[in-house]
Design a protein around this ligand. Structure first.
Ligand code: DC
Length: 241
């Protein structure tokens, strides 16, 4: 059966990473979190004190940085980690999951030359197919020919609540209002930026999971993927005949 490239895009808290990981596991595909790459680069910029307005320095930094995504260890998977992230050879899987890094990532993601470097990395990482990649521009820019594209949505309140629960579980002290504000600010920047804004690709299936959990959403996407795999296999068999 031919393996697909599956693109899942959507705003913060739409459940992309949980859903994409479940879909990848069900299909035996590789899962790649493109946002983790923006976050890792943002962490490096923050650590080095590079201004998030300095486009030239940030583009240079992107060119000099090596970011790698690998599957989590069984222990990491148990604690909800979906991709292991290494930055210049050092593991930063957990360090990149803070609101400060998320905001910085959203800011440097507005810079075209930075995106060009990371998009090329993402294209290389997913080149073989059999991959579920999630982000903001996967179906529009990174893999415009993906055989299955999903655009995940959920109400801002529900998305903020999901993020707030994650912060609570980690013992982080943020109010639901603060998280909602952070989500709204990032949404606005990600949707309104000039380069590769978060938009639904014309051929993406819109899935609103406001009232669905990750497992239900994943089951739906796996069904769509299996259907697509069958269609492609039938088309390939037709070409051979
Ligand atoms: O998915 P995430 O919340 O970890 O992403 C962090 C930020 O990175 C997000 O606010 C915007 C940016 N991003 C992007 O611009 N393009 C992607 N494909 C993935 C993330």
């Amino acid at each position: 059966m031919s393996k697909l490239t599956i693109a899942i895009d959507g705003p913060a808290g739409s459940g992309k990473s949980s859903v994409a990981r479940l879909v990848a596991n069900a299909l035996g595909y590789l899962y790649l979190d493109s946002g983790a790459m923006y976050r890792a680069l943002a962490l490096k910029a923050l650590q080095r004190g590079v201004s998030l307005d300095d486009e030239t320095q940030l583009a240079k930094l992107a060119n000099e940085t090596h970011i790698e995504l690998t599957p989590p260890t069984p222990e990491q998977e148990q604690s909800g980690i979906k991709n292991r992230v290494s930055l210049d050879g050092k593991e930063v899987t957990e360090e990149i999951r803070t609101p400060e890094v998320a905001q910085a990532a959203s800011r440097l993601a507005t810079i075209a030359p930075v995106r060009a470097v990371l998009v090329a990395e993402q294209q290389r990482a997913g080149a073989g197919g059999g991959v579920v990649m999630e982000g903001r521009d996967i179906g529009t820019v990174v893999f415009p020919n993906a055989e299955l594209k999903i655009f995940l949505e959920a109400s801002p309140e529900v998305r903020a609540e999901r993020r707030w629960k994650e912060h609570q579980e980690k013992g982080e002290d943020m109010t639901l209002e603060q998280v909602l504000e952070e989500v709204r600010e990032r949404d606005k920047r990600d949707r309104e930026r000039k380069v590769s804004p978060l938009v639904r690709a014309r051929d993406a299936v819109l899935v609103d999971n406001t009232a669905m959990d990750a497992a239900e959403t994943a089951r739906l996407i796996v069904m769509l993927a299996r259907e697509r795999e069958r269609e492609l296999a039938t088309a390939a068999a037709g070409r051979k005949a």
